[in-house]
Design a protein around this ligand. Structure first.
Ligand code: G4P
Length: 528
């Protein structure tokens, strides 16, 4: 049998991210999870960071906040003997490609849905990214203390809009003013809601199933409603199936109210027991098991650090196998040379900040001056590259107008370097001279404008450009040449030299794909 290196450390790790639409309750639930994990002392600490982050989009403020966003990028806590890494998915204004790419570095995700609003657009986008790797997803239906949609309709919404089976684990008893708590369909416990009690829980009562007369005592007329609901469920929902969850086909669903902490611990308990520990990851040559002894991993995010004058960057690196020790020497495959990781941030639970080692599933932050790029693989020497850390087709576009024409070299350098950090993507037209910048969130345009000015001394202005979507195009050489002739006004070369087609609308894109059946149009592009 194959040796299982680090078995215990790997098996107790859970590395995940939260996907949700703004305002569904991500910050609130994060805070409650950290409280359970003892990583923060009081409610309000995460919220304070969030309001700081969004109070203004002024550039200097953004600079100041960068320090904060580095520390909140990976929140590590322990719970019930498990080592949990919660990776932040930047949302709201700072929604960017990083938001998508973080999802390539996790083993599972938690989806938070506002029960008043149901499935919303950003959740759907993020879920599509999880789909690329069949990431297992647990769901928390939040804000049951409000008058929301019918629980059955919520499940239906998830099934129809997200294309996943739902398996309710708990079931709400009333909602809004009549919210009494939840019934656990498997442990048969009734969790009684009391907003004034600790964790929102008045008490937990075990019953002998739905026929137990104790239910009527506890819930009065709402006991009968619960019975009817669960009866309906039997025909409409699916029983929890661990394999289907792990394969990303089914999502277990919990109901609760994050602001009242209600239902969060039930979710967390099921999460640590059932969510996957680090899984094998694909490379260009083979699958890498988390139990392999040689160290390996990949970079999924680059963040410019506090001091722009020094071009200091932090590369967020996900460990896939082996044990990391400070000062160890690794192979940087893209550059083909060894380097020593001496200056690294190990994201750790607060009370263990002097820990010097990290394991598969953990994230380390490696300081560098621009030598490390998104998608880079480090190994102990083996020639392989982790795959599945792509660029995502931008959804917003701007044409760049250089205000000082003498600076065109500096502009190119700045745009390419910022693209390497993953801030935005840059595209050079194959016909014409003006660069196009593309992003998945519009705050990124402002970031680029300011950083070009302060770090590269280049002043630019943006002009609107009538593109709505982009695709990387590959195909047989002759066909590509024909395509270039026909579509030259809409073709660009990205920062990595790849041919990119831009379209003014989804309809236009579909039409072009139809007209060129032998070409391939890709919505993601692997880093080279
Ligand atoms: P986000 O990070 O997903 O954007 O959401 P966040 O946690 O900030 O929550 C968005 C709003 O929803 C907040 O209110 C928050 O208090 C509220 N909220 C979160 N969970 C619940 C819940 O279970 N029930 C109810 N009724 N509200 C909930 P806000 O008014 O925007 O902010 P604040 O004034 O509370 O800080």
């Amino acid at each position: 049998m194959e040796a299982m290196f680090n078995q215990e450390e790997v098996n107790k790790r859970r590395t995940f991210a939260i996907i949700s639409h703004p305002d569904a309750g991500k910050t609130t639930i994060t805070e409650k999870l950290l409280l359970f994990g003892g990583a923060i002392q009081q409610a309000g600490e995460v919220r304070a960071r969030k309001s700081g982050r969004h109070a203004t989009s002024d550039w200097m403020e953004l600079e100041k906040q960068r320090g904060i966003s580095v520390t909140s990028s990976v929140m590590k806590f322990t719970y019930d003997g498990f080592e949990i890494n919660l990776l932040d998915t930047p949302g709201h204004n700072d929604f960017s490609e990083d938001t998508y790419r973080v999802l390539t570095a996790v083993d599972s995700a938690l989806m938070v849905i506002d029960s008043v609003k149901g499935v919303e657009s950003q959740t759907k986008k993020l879920l599509d990214v999880c789909r690329l790797r069949d990431t297992p997803i647990m769901t928390f239906m939040n804000k049951l203390d409000r008058e929301g949609q019918e629980p059955l309709d919520l499940l239906d919404d998830v099934e129809k809009n997200l294309g996943m089976q739902t398996a309710p684990m708990t079931w709400p008893i009333g909602m809004g003013k009549r919210f009494r708590g939840t019934y656990h369909l498997y442990s048969k416990e009734v969790l009684l809601f009391d907003p004034d009690a600790e964790h929102g829980v008045d008490r937990i009562v075990a019953v002998q199933g739905l026929d137990d007369p104790l239910l009527d005592e506890l819930l009065g007329s709402q006991a009968e409603e619960l019975r009817n609901d669960v009866e309906l469920l039997e025909g409409a929902a699916h029983p929890f199936d661990l394999d289907a969850y792990l394969a990303g086909r089914q999502t277990p669903v919990f109901f609760g109210s994050a602001i009242n902490t209600f239902g969060v611990q039930q979710l967390l308990d099921t999460f640590v027991q059932n969510a996957p520990h680090p899984r094998p990851r694909a490379t260009t040559t083979r699958l890498v098991s988390p139990y392999e002894e040689p160290f390996s991993g990949f970079v999924f995010k680059i963040q410019a650090n506090m001091d722009p004058a020094h071009r200091d960057r932090i590369a967020f690196f996900r460990i896939c196998s082996g044990r990391f020790e400070r000062g160890m020497k690794v192979r940087h495959l893209r550059l083909g040379r060894d380097f020593q990781i001496s200056n690294a941030t190990i994201f750790m639970a607060q009370d263990r900040s002097n820990v010097e080692e990290a394991f598969p599933g953990d994230i380390i932050g490696i300081h560098n001056h621009g030598t490390i790029k998104i998608g880079d693989t480090f190994t102990m020497g083996e020639e392989m590259k982790f795959t599945g850390i792509p660029s995502f087709a931008p959804e917003h576009f701007r044409k760049v107008r250089l205000l000082n024409p003498m600076k065109s070299k500096a502009l190119e350098k700045g745009l390419v370097q910022l693209a390497e950090e993953g801030t935005t993507q840059v595209f050079k037209p194959i016909f014409g001279a003006e660069w196009v910048v593309g992003a998945v969130g519009i705050l990124q345009f402002e970031v680029v404008l300011h950083r070009l000015e302060f770090e590269y001394g280049v002043k630019i202005a943006y002009e609107p450009v009538a593109y709505a979507t982009a695709r990387w195009v590959t195909g047989e050489k002759k066909l590509i040449e024909d395509f270039e002739k026909k579509e030259k006004m809409n073709l660009y070369i990205d920062g990595e030299g790849k041919l990119t087609y831009m379209a003014g609308s989804q309809w236009r894109l579909d039409n072009t794909i139809e007209n060129w059946p032998d070409l391939e149009f890709h919505a993601t592009s692997e880093h080279s």
